[in-house]
Design a binder for this molecule. Structure first.
Ligand SMILES: Cc1cc2nc3c(=O)[nH]c(=O)nc-3n(C[C@H](O)[C@H](O)[C@H](O)COP(=O)(O)OP(=O)(O)OC[C@H]3O[C@@H](n4cnc5c(N)ncnc54)[C@H](O)[C@@H]3O)c2cc1C
Length: 159
């Protein structure tokens, strides 16, 4: 990373940044250009990190992932404009995570339940959710195992 002063290497901190994000963008192979898709996610802070996504049962991303499950991903948060007296003094504060991973389709019901619970945990402070058999039946769950990850942050000075 050119700006190594902005690099975050501590895995616990990287995972805490991921847990502040609300959208994960997946870049899926679709020659000649990637297919980039924003998705909500659930996150398990284990090993290099495990993401879960939910989806309707059909569509372009699923067709492409069946052909090639290797993806790149990106998340970002803590956005703020850095102002200045002149245009060239303006900048943008952020925390962002980029990496690669491999996606699998989750079929096992208890694993699907776990994934949906993690998704709810990312967006709600409620702890216990139940999922109807009907919603299970119409939902595809994707699991992305992280293979490489990097994190960069540029934050305002502490006041
Ligand atoms: C912040 C955010 C969170 C989301 N969370 C989820 C989620 O958790 N699960 C989920 O399944 N979907 C989510 N979506 C919607 C998702 O981005 C896709 O639209 C959806 O998954 C359908 O993808 P598909 O590949 O099956 O598209 P298809 O229905 O097959 O449509 C294909 C075409 O539609 C266009 N298209 C598809 N999606 C988008 C888009 N988002 N914006 C503009 N054009 C598009 C593209 O041109 C694409 O070629 C989210 C969207 C946003 C913005």
């Amino acid at each position: 990373m050119r700006r190594s002063d902005r690099q975050v290497v501590d895995q616990t901190k990287i995972f805490s940044i991921i847990q502040k994000c609300d959208c994960c963008r997946l870049a899926i192979t679709n020659d000649p250009v990637p297919y980039l898709i924003p998705l909500n996610f659930g996150f398990l802070p284990e090993e290099n990190g495990i993401f879960y996504f939910h989806s309707a049962k059909e569509g372009t991303k699923l067709d492409l992932l069946r052909k090639n499950p290797e993806v790149s991903f990106e998340l970002d948060t803590s956005h703020a404009v850095k102002t200045g007296q002149f245009a060239c003094e303006y900048s943008f504060y952020y925390q962002s995570v980029i990496g690669t991973g491999k996606v699998q389709f989750v079929e096992e019901p208890s694993q699907k339940q776990k994934a949906l619970s993690l998704l709810m945990k990312q967006y709600s402070t409620e702890q216990d959710f139940s999922f109807s058999p009907a919603s299970f039946a119409r939902t595809v769950i994707l699991k992305m195992t992280v293979e490489s990850i990097s994190c960069k942050e540029y934050l305002p000075p502490q006041s």
